[in-house]
Structure formats: structure tokens, C-alpha cells
Design a protein around this ligand. Sequence first.
Ligand code: FAD
Ligand code: UDP
Length: 376
Amino acid sequence: MTESGTGPVAFDYLIVGAGYAGSVLAERLARAGRRVLIVDRRAHIGGNAYDCYDDAGVLIHPYGPHIFHTNSADVFAYLSQFTEWRPYQHRVLASVDGQLLPIPINLDTVNQLYGLSLTSFELEDFFASVAEPVAQVRTSEDVVVGKVGRDLYNKFFRGYTRKQWGLDPSELDASVTARVPTRTNRDGRYFADTYQAMPLHGYTRMFQNMLDSPNIKVMLNTDYREIVDVIPWRHMIYTGPVDAFFDHCYGPLPYRSLEFRHETHDVDELFPVGTVNYPNDYGYTRVSEFKHITGQRHHQTSVVYEYPRAEGDPYYPVPRPENAELYKRYEALADAEENVTFVGRLATYRYYNMDQVVAQALATFRRLESDAAAEL
Ligand code: FAD
Ligand code: UDP
């Protein structure tokens, strides 16, 4: 694909996708005086972080629960220009052996599960006694059995991972289960990052503020292919799935999809925490109750169940060696596209959280601007 049109160019940038990657770049480029057209095939901005009020008036995340957390002061300061925050520390319980137990596994998890009363020091010895020696930590199984042994692995990780990914943990990179730490203290928070907060008025409002510029035009319900040869632009930023951009010429890159079942109940609260995980039962991996996460007060409550699927919208890259190899071939094609820059979770096939996509987009902006300066 090349720069289109020969007459005066209407847009300096055509940005495909109005999620974090696309919206951060649109905001930065517009602030730098560039004219930006951002298109999304969905009917809304925000990508998978989009939130909205459901029929009952409860603020929900249609694409599953999104909790903001980061260790980056820069990312937090950047987003703080577009939203105020409500401090929120996510807690997750796992339904195991008929009990609801803290995950990440911590001192309370082990004591409650086995009916023990270990101290933190004793728990370290306990883990050391049950951990299986792993010469080289390579897979998502190695990470867990190497730290907490086979029984905790089977109860908390094996079933969940097989359900979530349709693969055994031994078939996935270590990085997947390594997202969930193991603790010897009683810290019951899901994340340990320095900054943990939810946008006070929701993600969508934050995205609206980012895109609110005379230099940005937003076009929704539009696949970029419908307009790419019609509207003139100089440079494209593409944030959709990388294999789709190249018409899957090397075959489809595997993604994991989800089906979301949303429900509203006529009670104030259904669950004790924001998310309950079901590693070993049911077709869903977890259920999340939005009011815990958003802090909204309402006489009803809305929840979402996540059912992992092989088919459907791509939500997760699948981190394993053969997929990394296939991605490398697409990456080589992407690198060869002079007029297109690939950014974001699906365009760079990385299992990134929101803050990591923001950081990647900010770094991309700096590179684009220094390239432009070098051309002058
Ligand atoms: P996206 O948000 O996917 O945006 C890409 C956009 O491009 C989409 O809107 C899509 O419609 C559009 N697009 C694609 N192809 C085309 C096309 N051909 N034409 C036009 N538009 C196109 N991160 C956290 O930090 N905390 C969490 O708690 C968290 N929870 C998550 C829960 C779930 C269930 C999922 C799936 C992800 C979660 N994430 C979480 C990750 C987070 O959603 C992503 O890191 C982030 O949204 C990625 O932003 P993005 O811009 O790369 O991609
Ligand atoms: N995981 C698990 N049991 C849990 C929680 C997580 O086995 O109770 C594993 C599973 O493979 C999951 C991965 O750890 O996909 C990462 O979990 P995370 O909660 O970060 O997933 P996400 O929120 O990105 O879906």
C-alpha cells in the first residue's frame, strides 16, 4: 500500500483503530499540528477498553473488565491530562475445592486451602518443599510448578489455562502465567503496580477528551479498506491484526477470542470482589462485577462472564514459539512498509496491557517526529 492521491493531501496521518494505540498517536500528532483521520470499524472509540452504560444504567465494559495499573509515572501523567482518577485496587478470588481463595496465591490462600496456620517464613519453606526443580524455566507450567509445586498448579493454573487458551500450560511461553505472581505475605491485590486507578468518568470519556481536537476527524463504522484509496493521506498508523493487513499471506496468526455473557441482577451486590475465577468448573474462566471496579452506586448490579473461544474477534495473541516465528515473518513485511507504522497489541502481536500500549504509542510518536525532523 502506498501514499494515495497526487493532489493536495487532506490528512497527514490515517490512523486505523481508535483504541489506545490509535488514540494516543492521534492525540500526540494533532498536538504537534498534524492533521489526523482516525477510523474504526466499530461503532465507538476506545477499542477493547470502551465502556458504556447498559440498559439498567450500570457502567459496564462490553469487552471484559479493564483495570488500569502501571509502574510508569510517564504513562500515568500522560493519561492524567484526559481524566481524573478513582483509586482502585483489584481483588480476585479463585473458586477452588468449594472455597473462594485469594489469587495470586499468598499466605491466606495456602492456609485456608490446607487448613494450616503458617507464617510467611514457614510458607517460604513450604513452597521450597513442594516446588519441582526446573532446570530452565521455559513454559507456563515450569513457572508455576517451579515455584509452588504440582498441587497448587493443578488447582489454580492448569484448568484455567487450558480453558483460557485451549492449550496446556506446557505449550505456552512462561510469560503467560508469569503475569500472576506468588506471594508469601497476605497482600490480596491482583496487581502490585505503583499506580492503580480507574478513570473517574470512565474510559470512553477519557478517549473523547484525547480525540477532542480540531486536527482530528473521527470516522466510525468504517473499515479502513473502504476509504484507504479514496481519502488522501501521507502516512498510515495501523493498529489492527497484523496478519489481516497482509491478507494472511503466510496463513492466519493464532489469536484467542472470548464470548461475553452480560447479566444484570436485581440485587446490590452478587460477589465479594471485582472478579471471581473458576479454574476448574464451568465453561467460563471468570466473572466480573462492574460496580466493584467502577465504584458506581446503583440498586442493581451487572456482571460479565468470559467464555474463551477459538473463533471470533481476536482478543489475545497466543504467546508460544511457533507463533513468534510466524509473527516474525509478518513483522519483516511490516518493517518493509515505508508509509505504514504498526502499533498496538494485535498489530505487534504482543500480550500488552493498556499501559504498555500507551508507552509503545508514545515511543512511536517520538520516533515519527524525529524521523520527520530528519527529513527536513
Ligand atoms: P484495540 O483496543 O484492539 O484497538 C484496535 C482497534 O482497531 C479496534 O477498535 C478495532 O475495531 C480497530 N480495527 C481493527 N481492524 C480494523 C480495520 N480493518 N479497519 C478499521 N478499524 C479496525 N489491559 C489492562 O491494562 N488491564 C486490564 O484489566 C485488561 N483487561 C483486559 C480484558 C480483556 C478481556 C481483554 C481482551 C484485554 C484486556 N486488557 C487489559 C488489554 C487491553 O484491552 C489492551 O492492551 C488494549 O486495549 C489494546 O489497545 P490497542 O489499541 O492495541 O488495540
Ligand atoms: N491464570 C490462571 N489462573 C488464574 C489466573 C490466571 O491459570 O486464576 C493464568 C492463565 O493462563 C491466564 C494467565 O495466567 O491466561 C494470565 O492471567 P491474567 O489475569 O493476567 O489474564 P488476562 O486478564 O490478561 O485475561
